[in-house]
Every structure is written in C-alpha cells, then in structure tokens.
Design a protein around this ligand. Sequence first.
Ligand SMILES: NC(=O)c1ccc[n+]([C@@H]2O[C@H](COP(=O)([O-])OP(=O)(O)OC[C@H]3O[C@@H](n4cnc5c(N)ncnc54)[C@H](O)[C@@H]3O)[C@@H](O)[C@H]2O)c1
Length: 311
Amino acid sequence: MFKLGIVGAGIIGRDHSAAILRNEDCELVAVCDTVLERAEEIAAAHKAKSFTDYKEMCEQVELDAVILNLPHFLHHDVTVYFLEKGVNVLVEKPMAMSVEECDSMIAAAEKSGAKLAVGHVQRYYSAYEEIKKIKESGKLGELKMITEVRNVNYLPGRPKWFLDKKLSGGGIVMNYGAHTIDKIMYVSGEKVVEATSYLSNPLSDDNVEINAQILLKFTGDITATVTYCGCPDTRAYETVFYFTNGMAKSAGGSDFCVFENNQWVNYGGTTDLLYDQLVEFVKFLKGEESNIVMPEYGREVIAAIEKIYAE
Ligand SMILES: NC(=O)c1ccc[n+]([C@@H]2O[C@H](COP(=O)([O-])OP(=O)(O)OC[C@H]3O[C@@H](n4cnc5c(N)ncnc54)[C@H](O)[C@@H]3O)[C@@H](O)[C@H]2O)c1
C-alpha cells in the first residue's frame, strides 16, 4: 500500500483525492494547502493529516509519493524539494514554466533516485487510445493534420493566479496547450518543430492571453491548427485527426468518433481520467510498465509551449 500526500487542495486536488479513495493500492495519509480548511476538507474523508506547510508535512509523515496540484510557479521548487527528500512525485501539467526548470527537475530526480512523472491526464480519454490505434494500424492511411477547437468562458471563477503571468507562466496556451500538445504528441509519436501564433486578451487587463490561434509543424510532416477562445458563449471542444484516407476525432474532449459512410459515427468513450492516471502512476511506483508521462516527455511539451510564446 503506497502512502500518498497531496499538496494543493484546490479544484484538481479534490478530484485526485476522490480517485485515491477508490484505489486499493494506495491511501492518502497527508494533505497540504496554505488554506487550511481546503486541506482539512479532503483529509477528513481519508482520515489523513492536514498541513499548511509542505515541508512540515514531509518531515512529519512518512510518504511514498506526493501529487502536486499547485500554481505553475511552484511546480519546480516543490517537486525538487520532495525529490531531494527521496519522495516520488506526480506533478500536475504543465510540468513547469520553462525548459530550464524541467531540466532542473529531471536532474533532481536522477540525483536522488526518486521517481518523477507528469499529470498529462487527457491522454487517458479512451478516444485518444482508439485514434492512436488507428494511426498505428494504418487503417485510415497516414496521419497528416490535426485541428483542435476548444472554447470556454475562461475568466469567470478562475483562480486568480491563472491570470497572472508571473504565477502561471501564461494564459490559455500554458493551461490548455499542455493538454493539446500532449494529445497530439501521444497519438502521432511526433514532436513540435515550429510554431506560429496569434495571442490576445480582448476582455480583461490580466497580462495573459485568453484567445489563441496557433499553427504547429510537427516532425513526420504533420501540421496542426489550434483555436482557443476564452470569451463567453463560445463553448466547443473537438480535436480532429485527418488521415490520408479518412478522419477520426475526439468530441467534447472524450467521445471517440470516426467519419464513416459520409457521417460522423460516435462510439462514446470513457472519462475516468484521474483514476486511470493513478493506476498508471501506481504501476510506475511498483516498477511495472506504465503509460504515465515521463519528465523528459513533459519537458518536450514545455519546449513546444515556449515555441508558441516565442512568436
Ligand atoms: N489535469 C487537468 O485536467 C487539470 C485541471 C485543473 C488543473 N490542473 C492543474 O493542476 C494545478 C492546480 O490547478 P487548480 O485548478 O487545482 O488550482 P487551484 O487554485 O484550485 O488549486 C491550487 C491550490 O494550491 C494551494 N496552494 C498555493 N500555494 C501553496 C503552497 N505553497 N503550499 C500548499 N498549497 C498551496 C492553493 O491554496 C489552492 O488551493 C495546475 O497545475 C493546473 O494546471 C490540471
């Protein structure tokens, strides 16, 4: 039984804790958040201890691994802290705010021998597994292009740190881009070599973009266009993969669809992402083969995001 800790008991921290409750290979023994009530609320359901200081948590509780759900500017420092203490880490996406930070995290893992993985959770939508199988089987020919449109009313209710570049590293591209790049890299097996982008924020004075149009060139002669619109009343989420002999897509993020006989056929999909990711993380901790994201891959995602912002 692996003893887990959570640092950051906000929106996604709560979801991770619910996944841990259902997994028989691990138990949540400690929760930390600078807002004590958030830590206590999660801890109560697990009979875990609560903390406001992650260093204190690490000193007082024996931990096999921690799941870090923190504002992006903290990913590097808190990851390195736990790795140096010999505690394995699953850090939420994006791995960090720069390639330089990723390199330092990878070096810390190598030096300490503790394991590091990155929470690129959307690859666990079954749609991407199915589209990856289509790609690898050659059933629809060669994968050539991808289009993703993801629209959401980005500003209301969003934790404030997401809208301050110093704390988040960027806006909708840093946040959703980490998912998009992972999903395309995962399905295609390729990586970003060039990016052109137009980023804007027409609605607020926050120093991050909420709208983006991006053109990406991947190795393997694959291109992608990505549109994020963070304005109200624009909801959409669709990622289409264009092959030389057909199309497949994920709709609404999760559903697996194939274009057959001149119409989209929806085969549905599974959505238990954080649980599925936890199962892979546990395999990784056990030293078994696992589909969890390795830090070198997480670094490649950040390298792509840096290319988009460099434009
Ligand atoms: N995988 C996904 O689909 C997904 C979804 C949402 C968020 N995320 C990622 O998860 C991370 C957290 O996002 P969120 O939406 O849960 O944000 P959030 O603001 O809801 O949660 C962050 C929590 O961290 C706490 N915190 C801040 N500084 C701390 C510190 N020094 N020590 C302990 N706790 C501290 C805050 O009080 C807050 O409760 C980000 O990396 C985000 O990109 C991923």
